[in-house]
Design a binder for this molecule. Structure first.
Ligand SMILES: NC(=O)c1ccc[n+]([C@@H]2O[C@H](COP(=O)([O-])OP(=O)(O)OC[C@H]3O[C@@H](n4cnc5c(N)ncnc54)[C@H](OP(=O)(O)O)[C@@H]3O)[C@@H](O)[C@H]2O)c1
Length: 292
């Protein structure tokens, strides 16, 4: 039987939003998905019984309409393009207009008042704006997602090389599907977590040198880490035409990573989702074909 809460998921065709929808449907909740455009991905959601609303997070009227008769909502804006602060402010205003009962906000571990990355500082300011709505809010601050290895997949596939600008920095890669499950659990029991800022880590912290050993074992061949400068990193990834905003962001979070801001781990994901979070080897096992 469908449960009473109705949850709005933004970033619904993306990684964490998509995973949040999977979990909410399994839990028996009604979901409305805000999608950026109508396409194959949104059609799949409709086919699964999700109410799809096409809208732009940078349009206040659209986001406010998307929130009508919604109980709690997940805010997720991509890091690749600028606009997170405008989108957060519109989301906050729309949430007040629609008297939401709770908001789950995707931020990041490097979100700080003094962050040098524009995106990280904007996430921090965004957290403050959402706090001022008076609506119960939970901020998620994950470390780097496993998905980073998908962005640099070609180097692993063709050159057996993990080329990243993270020096000897350490982090515990977190799986976006685990984050989606966290979003679903919190959005459906917001009062338990209201007001919290949750640092979310994968289960094991590594340097990229150590990650390359794990990855080599799973793929059955030697894959080496090649630490590079930011300039070199974007040179070899130039085909993907990163925005100035994203280059500025990665430049500074690479420093943050090298300076230990991304390090650490904790048991929060397991505590919230009641299941073991995905390990790095688990992620590579699931996606082995993509790296062969
Ligand atoms: N990747 C990491 O390592 C990492 C680490 C910590 C925190 N984060 C945070 O995670 C967030 C991204 O989460 P994610 O990776 O799950 O998302 P994602 O996969 O990048 O998906 C972004 C989603 O937002 C949609 N979208 C883009 N612009 C939109 C707009 N103007 N209006 C409405 N929808 C729009 C996209 O749809 P279309 O594809 O149709 O445009 C897509 O569904 C960022 O805020 C980032 O700071 C990421």
């Amino acid at each position: 039987m469908e449960k009473q809460l109705k949850i709005l998921i933004t970033g619904a065709t993306g990684k964490s939003g998509g995973a949040a929808i999977d979990e909410l449907l399994q839990m028996g909740y009604q979901v409305r998905a805000l999608v950026h455009s109508n396409d194959e991905r949104s059609e799949k959601l409709t086919a699964r019984g999700v109410e799809v609303f096409v809208g732009d997070l940078l349009n206040l009227d659209e986001i406010s309409t998307a929130m009508q008769s919604i109980d709690t909502a997940y805010f997720c804006y991509p890091v690749l393009v600028p606009g997170v602060l405008q989108a957060t402010a519109y989301f906050a205003q729309a949430a007040v207009e629609n008297r939401l009962k709770g908001i789950v906000n995707m931020s990041q571990i490097s979100a700080k008042r003094e962050a040098k990355s524009n995106a990280a500082q904007d996430h921090w300011v965004g957290e403050q704006i959402l706090n001022r709505t008076g609506i119960p809010v939970v901020h998620l601050r994950p470390t780097f997602f496993d998905d980073w290895f998908l962005y640099i997949r070609e180097g692993i596939q063709h050159d057996n090389a993990i080329v990243l600008p993270f020096g000897e920095g350490r982090w515990a890669p977190v799986d976006s599907a685990d984050l989606g499950r966290v979003v679903a659990k919190i959005a459906t029991s917001i009062e338990e977590y209201a007001g919290q800022v949750l640092k979310l880590y994968g289960p094991e912290e590594f340097s990229v040198f150590e990650m390359s050993d794990v990855i080599s074992r799973v793929l059955g061949r030697t894959v080496k880490y090649e630490p590079v400068t930011i300039e070199h990193f974007f040179e070899i990834n130039s085909k993907r035409a990163a925005s100035e905003h994203f280059v500025q962001h990665v430049t500074h979070v690479a420093d943050d990573c090298i300076n230990g801001i991304f390090a650490g781990t904790n048991g929060l994901i397991e505590m919230i989702t009641q299941r073991k979070p995905t390990t790095l080897s688990g992620f590579f096992n699931q996606n082995k074909a993509l790296f062969s």
